[in-house]
Write a protein that binds this ligand. Structure first.
Ligand SMILES: Nc1nc2c(ncn2[C@@H]2O[C@H](COP(=O)(O)OP(=O)(O)OP(=O)(O)O)[C@@H](O)[C@H]2O)c(=O)[nH]1
Length: 193
């Protein structure tokens, strides 16, 4: 059986991989997530997804390693995970009543150094809500650990006026693409264990 590692500390990514039913384990990528400011959001998430996969693969050269990275892009500005409630309020203020893109880069690295990678974008439009409603949403703390400061599978879906793309991409892994990469790499599914 193939040794598959999810190079991630994200509970949302783990939940998505759990749903797929393939045996896997997780390891923290432990990489510096700084990228050149000259990079576009799409270039940044592709580079960081590969950086995470390579870092864990270097420690586990016989394994298959899946890395991912995500950024929100709104009117040319990129948003990562907010550091505190104030940063989350600023992020959501930029997103409410607007349309933004969430980009996720995915990189699958094999024992022989084979690379399978992809990038997926979802486009979301949020309702404009009152400052009082925004404060009530912030009270739910869904902003913690999420780039863009919302959870599309949680109460944050009440902010969502329109979603184009793979909903799982918003949560952290575009599973339609992840399955495509795994199948390209020769993974088989529904094995009796
Ligand atoms: N549950 C949930 N998580 C979200 C949502 N939107 C973004 N995220 C999370 O936001 C994080 C994006 O930051 P990244 O830097 O790509 O990943 P990370 O959290 O640092 O985790 P690593 O994979 O260990 O790098 C991921 O953990 C995503 O799962 C959402 O709608 N729901």
């Amino acid at each position: 059986m193939r040794d598959l590692i999810l190079a991630s500390t994200s509970s949302a990514r783990r939940a998505l991989m759990d749903g797929l039913g393939l045996p896997y384990r997780t390891q923290s990528p432990g990489v510096d997530e700084q990228v050149s400011s000259l990079h576009s959001a799409k270039e940044a998430v592709r580079e960081l997804a590969e950086r995470k996969a390579r870092a864990v693969h270097a420690r586990n050269p016989e394994a298959w390693v899946l890395g991912a990275d995500q950024l929100v892009e709104v009117h040319g500005q990129t948003l990562t995970k907010p550091e505190d409630r104030s940063a989350a309020r600023a992020q959501l203020t930029r997103l409410l009543g607007q349309t933004h893109d969430i980009h996720t880069g995915v990189c699958l690295m094999g024992p022989g150094g084979q690379l399978f990678e992809g990038l997926e974008t979802a486009r979301l439009t949020f309702h404009a809500v009152t400052p009082e409603e925004l404060e009530r949403y912030l009270d739910l703390n869904e902003w913690e650990g999420c780039c863009g400061s919302y959870r599309v599978e949680g109460a944050g879906q009440a902010l969502l006026a329109r979603l184009e793309g793979d909903r799982s991409n918003v949560q952290g892994l575009p599973m339609v693409m992840v399955v495509r990469l795994l199948r390209q790499a020769g993974f088989t599914f529904f094995e009796r264990r």
